[in-house]
Design a protein around this ligand. Sequence first.
Ligand code: PLP
Length: 469
Amino acid sequence: MPPTSERAPHPRSDAAALVARRDTAVRAAVARGLVTDREPLVALIDVTGVRTAARALHAAFAAATAPGTEVLHTFAVKACPLVAVVRLLGDEGIGAEVASPGELALARAAGTPAERTVLDSPAKTPAELREAFALGIAVNADNLQELARLDDLAVAYGPAGADRLPPLGLRVNPQVGAGTIDALSTATATAKFGVALGDPGGRERVVRAFLDRPWLTRLHVHSGSQGVPADLMVEGVARTHALAEEVNARAGRRQVDTVDLGGGLPVDFASDDPDPGFARYARLLAHRVPALFDGRYRLVTEFGRALLARFGLVLSRVEYTKSAGGRRIAVTHAGAQIAARTVYAPEQWPLRVAGYDARGVPLPTRPEVQDVAGPACFAGDLIARGRTLPRLSPGDHVAVLDTGAYFFAHPYAYNALPRPAVYGFLTAPDGDRAAGTADGVSFATVRSAQTIAEVVAEAGGEHPDGLLF
Ligand SMILES: *Cc1c(COP(=O)(O)O)cnc(C)c1O
């Protein structure tokens, strides 16, 4: 990738392009009957947006690192655990960071090669570790007890088989502090992840763990997610790099050859800026920790939200509108089942809502303060509260924006509400396929809607007499 590609196009025009693709896709989705009585809620993924973000990630690190620096970008599958999404990113040269047997299986179903897969869960069972070794995928141990399990597995390979071991690392917690969202701050003093470096004896125990295990070659850090400021994440990486240098100095060789920087770039849920900010973050890292980018270390990244959030939306029909206590309320099908975080923690996870008419055309601005409610049977099931939006009427549509990561791919089964279908879209002139259609949009199924029969099966439908002992 030429370094010039790092220079982002004019942000305004880029945001305008994003909005234009979105509006075109919403109109086509409505016109083609993707939103129906039976399926009044669907999710859409902007394939062009995802590809552009993936390319921006490659370009950002290519521009900030010394020529020849090996960088493996992986996608944190938990951010959008859908096979076709992992496959799309794989097509852009991005591997998979997985944290459970399910995520590993879906990364494999997406065709992710073992050498581009990293396993990071904090609670790996012996069976998961054996599988990772058998497949040859990289493992980052979370703690010293897990390292002891790796010892047992490594012994089986013997000194002669050391070459056949997968890349093995240890996650550390640099204890740099919290961001604005406690639940997503992974590097506080008491966080559950990694080995706490600042605890009495912590750092020395980590160094010794490496000196005792010649096959331990990676350090892993992931200091947080949405709400953690970039300078905290950079500080976490800097401390991890300093530790790698210390291990290597004491080992008298370059034992730690790879630093896994984790993910964690936040997304601005208040704007349409499609730039995920990778270039700025890579430049911050290069400035603060230049020796990490000088080509001696292999790098791994694990971004999730920044690659996907902006490029997904949930589209729902407005079923009813009403007024209560002077507040107008639009009752839609988008609620807790696709936005659990927003419904339960609205201050921390505000989502923008865009209004479209019955044909999927953006509603004229006739601003009115409204609540946008979901279908679930509890009062807090609101996607937006007291929000100024174009006046919504029954038959209109709402798009819940920036829901490509950690929202519709994380359904919540309240009220036995089914998982909505997910479609990817391409708009002309992004591809011949799209250009060949009447409205210039192509849709592809990423996930079918869950059927009512599947909802019953998930509710134990096979065992109706189960409790009638
Ligand atoms: C969740 C997670 C990520 C991705 O975080 P984002 O904020 O989505 O970028 C990366 N690495 C690890 C270990 C994680 O747990």
